[in-house]
Design a protein around this ligand. Structure first.
Ligand SMILES: Nc1nc2c(ncn2[C@@H]2O[C@H](COP(=O)(O)OP(=O)(O)OP(=O)(O)O)[C@@H](O)[C@H]2O)c(=O)[nH]1
Ligand SMILES: [Mg+2]
Ligand SMILES: [Zn+2]
Length: 216
């Protein structure tokens, strides 16, 4: 399982980053789990915003969990989701990946360090990936924080296959090779307009299309 740990602030994880991660996991046919950590720091506003995100991601079939590694909130649910699997934990530096490992099983003592309050960024504490057995048949890999995520080996025409809400409209566009960026009779753009496809997800799609272009 591919687990992406995100935080709303300290540091902030962008939706673009989350969407790239989900596309990458989907392209390898690896089930993913989206975790929002540090709920102990959330304001009422944050809870509302997160509830909206949870709804968006659940609607496209992504499993979402809100936790606080530090305050020990929802850890049993997390353990249950990890049970019997090999999971990779990824995300920006400072989102709490190693802290999560440390609270999952006694005996794990991964180094952690505070997010720089000056830059609002992690300090790249974990420097290599390491796998831990946290229970019978249950393995979790802690990884170094990543800044950005490239989409290697995915062709431009393929990206939309890894957006479940776009895949659902397959064959509905006027042109069979529609890129969903400018063509008339595009079912995806129509769905964005009427709200069936979430704008932030479509923007992530566009940025991935552009990203690939710029490398050509
Ligand atoms: N308030 C709060 N702080 C947390 C929580 N989880 C982790 N932290 C803090 O966030 C900081 C970064 O945690 P780490 O576990 O080192 O983050 P990381 O994702 O492993 O970072 P890298 O190894 O640099 O990629 C530490 O100061 C943790 O104590 C949480 O649930 N709530
Ligand atoms: Mg770490
Ligand atoms: Zn289209």
């Amino acid at each position: 399982m591919a687990v992406v740990v995100a935080t709303l602030s300290f540091p902030r994880t962008s939706l673009g980053f989350i969407d790239r991660f989900l596309v990458a996991a989907e392209s390898f046919r690896i089930p993913s789990l989206l975790i929002f950590n540090k709920t102990d720091m959330w304001s009422e506003e944050d809870w509302k915003y997160a509830a909206g995100l949870e709804e968006i991601y659940k609607s496209i079939g992504v499993d979402v969990l809100t936790i606080s590694a530090q305050a020990g909130i929802n850890l049993e649910v997390l353990k249950d989701k990890l049970k019997g699997k090999i999971s990779l934990i990824a995300g920006h530096s400072g989102v709490g990946k190693s802290t999560i490992l440390n609270v999952l099983a006694p005996g794990i003592q991964q180094k952690t360090s505070e997010v720089s309050s000056f830059a609002n960024k992690g300090t790249h504490t974990t420097t290599f990936a390491e796998m831990f057995e946290i229970a019978n048949d249950t393995f979790v890999i802690d990884t170094p924080g990543i800044k950005e995520l490239g989409l290697m080996d995915i062709d431009e025409e393929e990206i939309n296959h890894f957006f479940p809400e776009m895949r659902a409209l397959f064959g509905k566009c006027k042109f069979h090779n529609c890129s969903h960026t400018h063509e008339p009779g595009c079912a995806v753009m129509a769905a964005v307009e009427n709200g069936d496809i979430v704008m932030s997800r479509y923007q992530s799609y566009l940025s991935m299309m552009e990203g690939i272009d710029s490398h050509r």
